[in-house]
Write a protein that binds this ligand. Structure first.
Ligand code: 5GP
Length: 180
């Protein structure tokens, strides 16, 4: 195990099992329709790559990148779009794919931004949810795992740009996060 990791929270095989179930559910619900999957950069890319390969309906792919104002790792609530969508979403079945929903502020902003462009449908698929941290109500249509309030890395999620390549969802050691 990586020395900066306290413990594995969700092992790779549990993630793969859950992704297969989510993929089957999404494919069933979108039967006969085409999805425009929108990945939120960069945290969602590993999850998105696995999810895409278990979908059996046609999928087009797009990405959006956001950043919160302020350097803090906790969300400041103000979201800025760094890279907007390439595709026109009007009339499309948009499936927004997120790594983790924490306060919900990022998702609320993105949902409003995309819904304003009048997609035919708008649904959210998130790998992780920390319901105890929510400050604004948001709807997650397809969820991988609900977790406690712990800072996690791996399987796409980073701390200061690192650890995205770890294959499991892991709890980062507190002293690493606090820079000790
Ligand atoms: P929200 O706007 O819901 O508060 O924040 C969502 C974003 O905060 C996520 O997309 C992610 O970038 C970051 N975030 C929240 N909790 C965690 C966590 O436990 N680990 C990591 N790596 N990022 C997190």
């Amino acid at each position: 195990m990586h020395p900066d990791i306290e413990r594995v929270l969700i092992a790779r095989y549990e993630i793969q099992d859950r992704v297969k179930i989510l993929g089957a559910e999404i494919s069933k619900n979108y039967s006969g329709r085409e999805i425009l999957a929108v990945g939120v950069l960069k945290g969602s890319v590993v999850f998105l790559a696995d999810l895409l390969r278990v979908l059996t309906v046609p999928v087009e792919l797009d990405f959006i990148a956001v950043s919160s104002y302020g350097a803090s790792s906790t969300s400041s609530g103000v979201v800025r779009i760094i890279k907007d969508l390439d595709r026109v979403v009007t009339g499309r079945e948009v499936l927004l794919v997120e790594d983790i929903v924490d306060t919900g502020l990022t998702l609320k902003y993105l949902a409003e931004h995309i819904r304003a462009q009048k997609p035919a449908g708008f649904k959210v698929c998130a790998l992780l949810d920390k319901p105890s941290r929510r400050s604004v109500p948001v709807e997650i249509n397809y969820l991988g795992f609900a977790i406690e309030d712990e800072f996690v890395v791996g399987y796409g999620l980073d701390y200061a740009g690192r650890y995205r390549n770890l294959p499991d969802v892991c709890v980062l050691r507190r002293d690493v996060r606090e820079g000790k």
